[in-house]
Design a protein around this ligand. Sequence first.
Ligand SMILES: [Zn+2]
Length: 64
Amino acid sequence: MSFIMVRACHRCKEYVVINPANPSNQKIIKKFELKHARHALVSLSISEVKGYYENVGKKLLEEQ
Ligand SMILES: [Zn+2]
């Protein structure tokens, strides 16, 4: 199994997958970090949030 990292907000229970090879992903991460700037942001393995937190990557992409 590959080791996938995410940026997660503990307060909102939301996360986005970190994919350094994908340029549009960096925009999504920036957006996520701005949106949750004053919250509890952490970088975690996806296994720690999957099923508990919501993946909002698609939502953020569609907002652009
Ligand atoms: Zn938040």
